[in-house]
Design a protein around this ligand. Structure first.
Ligand SMILES: [Zn+2]
Length: 471
């Protein structure tokens, strides 16, 4: 049975967790610049008696907050970064930016970090009451959206003493996130040429933009000769300033993604070669800056099963007519077809959900081992150094996409609050289970050792000295 103490604690302290998550929602900050958001959670944990270390892993907004002593050491992962161009007014079912072009919480990280902090505080209460023994550590992880925070926190050795890690992500389903995600590298290629008058002296110029274009052509030909699950995308961040000047500098920013880290390493190596080729073709030089990279995600069935059991035992939140009304309005803005498709997808993935449902109120069956989703997350790096599990809970209506203004509204509403508290309860009860049952920890670790045998974790940023604090 889930430990009732921690379930009740999260419910009792609902106003505190609403205040913390609202403060983060109201003050959205981009990755590595989450000065206020990071402080909201670090201050709250410190006030509750946690030992807080700020500015860890070369990042001013990264921190850890630890309570308790001895084994096991359980990590709870929290995020708090926002997304660009998603500024949005609260409580309205229409796109209404508060600050033109400003950031917003389209991924619900205002709830993500707060729920993990709430879970940590709930576990502290159980430790204080002598119901469980061990150490709980909240990880204040910045810059998830740019896949930076946890990769550097792992590199800094912050997970070296951790036995298991738990986390969650806001969504429109109540389910254990058993699927994997794409491993990735993010790199900027800057080419250097010689500027000259594009009409009067083109022979004197060497175009850095030509090199960018030829690199892109080369990579587009590469697409035919990589596994079909590979994803490569780029944007030209500098293409010169005027057509009458041969650009002496140009830059292209690439993401290379694949289901396994080793494939990213291999394909990225070929992209590096193409960049060299583009230099030779254009008589230019270049430099490459790897901003970050991450692993795919390794699920842990032992931990996932326990989270599922706790999700089921606690029971999914129910929503009021008022919340359903807001959800219906948000769904109307994405269209009926999108809603029908999303429901079909959920049914395929183990959720019993009736047509026309606005907000899912049950717990989906276990699904997704061996499946790979479309995105990437730096939870992947933690999952390859420590047995890790994560759940999704309902913080938004079915079919409103992540990274959308509709999502900003949902995660800023009471719908988001309910999903946040549920996630906190699931993480806290699972953490307490691990503290009460050493065999559960051993089983999770045995599964982890078997899954990672023969392929030790190699940091994607092993050659990168510091996180990209300035872009
Ligand atoms: Zn997210």
């Amino acid at each position: 049975m889930p430990l009732q103490t921690v379930v009740d604690f999260v419910q009792e302290k609902a106003p505190l967790f609403q205040e913390l998550s609202d403060r983060i929602w109201e003050s959205p900050e981009l990755g590595l610049h989450e000065v206020r958001s990071s402080a909201v959670l670090a201050d709250a944990l410190e006030a509750d008696g946690f030992h807080v270390e700020r500015g860890v892993a070369w990042m001013p907004t990264a921190f850890t907050a630890t309570y308790g002593e001895g084994r096991p050491v359980i990590g709870l992962l929290g995020e708090f970064d926002a997304l660009p161009s998603l500024s949005q007014a609260r409580g309205v079912a229409e796109h209404r930016p508060l600050v033109a072009g400003g950031p917003g919480h389209g991924c619900g990280h205002n709830l993500l970090g707060t729920a993990a902090a709430a879970a940590a505080m709930a576990v502290k209460r159980a430790i204080d009451r002598g119901q469980v023994r061990g150490t709980v550590r909240f990880y204040g992880c910045p810059a998830e959206e740019t896949l930076v925070g946890k990769v550097f926190m792992v590199k800094a050795g912050l997970f070296a003493d951790v036995d298991c890690a738990l986390t969650w992500h806001p969504g429109s389903n109540n389910a254990v996130a058993n699927g994997s995600s794409l491993a990735m590298n993010s790199a900027k290629f800057t080419f250097h040429g010689v500027s000259s008058h594009a009409a009067a002296a083109p022979d004197r110029g060497r175009s850095a933009l030509d090199a960018v274009e030829l690199m892109n052509v080369g990579v587009n030909f590469l697409r035919e000769h990589v596994p079909s699950t590979t994803r490569i995308h780029y944007v030209i961040t500098n293409g010169g300033l005027g057509p009458n000047v041969v650009p002496n500098e140009a830059q292209v920013w690439y993401y290379v993604r694949a289901p396994k880290r080793r494939d990213v390493e291999e394909i990225y190596g070929r992209v590096l070669n193409i960049a060299k080729g583009a230099c030779q073709m254009t008589d230019t030089t270049h430099d490459v800056r790897l901003l970050c990279g991450c692993y795919d995600t390794l699920a842990n069935r032992v931990l996932g099963d326990r989270m599922h059991a706790n999700m089921t035992a606690i029971g999914a939140p129910k929503f009021t007519e008022e919340e359903r009304h807001l959800a219906r309005q948000l769904q109307a803005s994405v269209g009926e077809v999108a809603v029908a498709k999303a429901i079909e997808q959920m049914r395929k993935h183990g959720a019993e959900v009736a047509p026309g449902t606005e907000l899912y109120e049950a717990v989906a069956a276990q699904w997704g081992y061996g499946e790979v989703g479309g995105g990437s997350t730096d939870v992947g790096d933690v999952s390859y150094v420590v047995p890790t599990a994560q759940v999704n809970t309902v913080t938004a209506p079915i079919a409103t996409p992540g990274h959308s203004w509709q999502n900003v509204v949902a995660v800023g509403s009471s719908i988001g609050q309910k999903g946040m508290r549920y996630a906190a309860q699931v993480m806290a009860t699972t953490c307490c289970d691990l503290m009460r049952d050493p065999e559960l920890v051993s089983k999770a670790q045995a599964e982890f050792r078997e899954a990672t045998a023969g392929s030790p974790y190699v940091s994607p940023v092993r050659d990168v000295a510091e996180p990209p604090l300035n872009g």
